[in-house]
Design a binder for this molecule. Structure first.
Ligand code: SAH
Length: 445
């Protein structure tokens, strides 16, 4: 998954797709909320403003960090919104963009800094300057490259980023007593698990070549609609315990509880846990980077189950269709459901100075943030005829488009994004006394 998405030999985001194609938009492979409606990014900007106000309106030391910024649209809408709150805008020291793709870094630079702005390289990453103000914008390839300074107040956003991080998949198998457990060679622990009774063990799902002459089914498509050629690779269950199978599914009581269920499948994303831990340490401090006073916030928006461990969710996405993840490695987007509980656990384990709210459905979050009011205001503004004039059909069409777009973000039906997508917040620990806006709380100043 990592190779297919971000390897420097042509991952999906790092040069794998044709030069004249784009990942995003109608002609691309998928469309994301910030690309559907500007209201999405505006409300996220407002969420950070509300947090900044609730945390005593710090005058300096604020950092905005976005991981996986795509075309840069979300950050552009956030910055445009924060500009209306001068004191907060002035408190921002820097904007950090964590982006693996060189091509997308250039797209983001053009949008946030202007076509003519130069991008300079340094030890930290690549630098330019925001077109709205003199705020420096810094690009890094991983969040570890961004300095961790306990005096800073980081506001972090991850939209459709965690679903792109590589997963491991495992299944529980029954190992009969007569059979010497097939083990990874030389693993002392696995060898000693040879018993006289049937045992339940984890096996990793691995990628293997498709046997000659195989027919296949694209995930989620009835056999009559199979159009794609048989992929060269398939997912199979490893006959032996891989190293990962010996420790990853044992790393949390949630996975261990499933080991008693033969056939149970789980997907685990160690990278998501690393990112969540990193966010938590920046906000709440950690033994390595103690913080006198926790500050900042992280907002994770993505799709996945609210309380169960994801299973069987690895998918390929091409031209707005779900395809086999093995259809065309490097030319097809890959993603997997986000395990929100695992993200929450990793955050609270990494820092005593944080608490987690959510996940809540995207619809509930955006409605509480005022999407209806903002959407209607925007539509009225473009539809509104000049005093004394009749409305132009073109303006009326634009108003309808705006309405359709924001409503799609909160639509709870199968085609909408209101229920599948969820929001989770990591905040400074405050003994549960203050709930953030959008998660049942109100603005507190
Ligand atoms: N947030 C954007 C883009 C989502 S697509 C939006 O909602 O429109 C995923 C983004 O994450 C892309 O910008 C991709 O290049 C980036 N990305 C994927 N894997 C990454 C990784 N391991 N490290 C850094 N960036 C990554």
């Amino acid at each position: 998954m990592r190779m297919c998405l971000t390897s420097d030999v042509g991952g999906y985001y790092t040069g794998g797709i044709e030069k004249d194609r784009d990942q995003f938009g109608r002609k691309g492979d998928f469309i994301t909320s910030p690309e559907i409606s500007q209201v999405f990014g505006e409300l996220i900007g407002i969420w950070f403003v509300a947090e900044w106000m609730s945390q005593g309106q710090p005058k300096r030391g604020v950092e905005l960090i976005e991981v996986g910024p795509g075309r840069g649209t979300l950050m552009d809408d956030i910055l445009r919104t924060i500009r209306n709150f001068k004191d907060m805008a002035n408190s921002i020291d820097a904007v950090y963009m964590v982006e693996a793709s060189k091509e997308l870094r250039a797209t983001q630079k053009d949008l946030l800094c202007g076509h003519d702005a130069v991008m300079k390289e340094s030890k930290e990453g690549y630098h330019s300057q925001c077109k709205y103000s003199d705020i420096p914008i810094v690009w890094a390839e991983t969040i570890k490259a961004i300095p961790q300074n306990p005096s800073k107040t980081p506001f972090i956003v991850a939209h459709e980023f965690f679903d792109a991080l590589p997963i491991h998949a495992f299944q529980v198998v029954e190992v009969p007593p007569t059979q010497h457990p097939a083990t990874a060679s030389g693993s002392p622990r696995a060898a000693s698990s040879n018993t006289k009774t049937t045992t339940l063990q984890w096996r990793e799902m691995v990628v293997s070549p498709t046997p000659a002459g195989a027919t296949h089914q694209t995930l989620g498509t009835p056999p009559s609609e199979q159009r794609d050629p048989v992929p060269e690779f398939q997912l199979t269950r490893s006959p032996a315990a891989t190293r990962h199978a010996l420790y990853v599914p044992e790393s949390s009581p949630r996975y261990r509880a499933l080991r008693s269920t033969p056939g149970a499948l789980i997907e685990v994303c160690p990278d998501a846990a690393l990112y969540a831990s990193d966010f938590a340490a920046r906000i709440g401090g950690s033994p390595r980077h103690p913080k006198a006073r926790p500050s900042g916030a992280a907002l994770v928006l993505d799709y996945g189950p609210a309380d169960t461990v994801p299973a069987n969710s690895l998918r390929g996405i091409s031209r707005h269709r779900r395809v086999s993840p093995f259809a065309a490695p490097g030319r097809v987007d890959l993603s997997a459901d986000v395990d929100f509980v695992a993200v929450a656990e990793a955050a609270t384990r990494a820092s005593d100075g944080v608490e987690v709210h959510g996940p809540v459905d995207q619809a509930a979050f955006l409605e509480a943030m005022g999407i209806r009011q903002r959407g209607e205001m925007l539509a009225r503004r473009v539809a509104g005829p000049a005093p004394g004039a009749a409305p132009e059909p073109e303006q009326e069409q634009r108003a309808r488009d705006i309405e359709r777009a924001w409503k799609r973000l909160v639509d709870r039906g199968p085609d909408g994004m209101g229920k599948t997508y969820k929001a989770l917040a990591i905040l400074p620990e405050n003994a549960g006394k203050r709930r953030p806006v959008g998660f049942g709380g109100d603005v507190a100043v």
